[in-house]
Design a protein. Structure first.
Length: 114
């Protein structure tokens, strides 16, 4: 199951990220829904630092097998410069970003978008 794979990736990432310690920013990625060629990935936490390539890899994995990816950022409280650039790149590749707060939309350079 894909959701289990994501959880396993997070578990491995927790101990693999050099210098990670209790209290550091964390990003949880879950497979919220999957229907045919469409998948919804839900991100929760802060999209910063070493978590940026983890989310990108999970989105790209689905894009590479021609799935439509919907990225739910409702649970994301902050995005750093690298995270914002990565999300903009995913949008350019056809990823549909939903649920982002006004702050996250502003950090992504989007306005009036959910």
């Amino acid at each position: 199951m894909h959701g289990g794979r994501v959880a396993m990736m997070l578990a491995r990432a927790d101990w693999c990220v050099a210098g990670w310690k209790e209290g550091d920013p964390v990003l949880r990625i879950s497979n919220a829904a999957e229907a045919g060629a469409r998948v919804t990935l839900k991100a929760e936490g802060t999209l910063v630092g070493d978590w940026v390539p983890l989310l990108e890899a999970e989105c790209v994995r689905h894009l590479d097998v021609r799935r439509l990816v919907e990225l739910d950022l409702a649970g994301v409280s902050f995005v750093d410069r690298e995270g914002a650039a990565m999300v903009r790149g995913l949008i350019a590749r056809g990823v549909d970003v939903i649920g982002a707060s006004a702050l996250v939309n502003a950090l992504l350079g989007r306005s009036g978008t959910s």
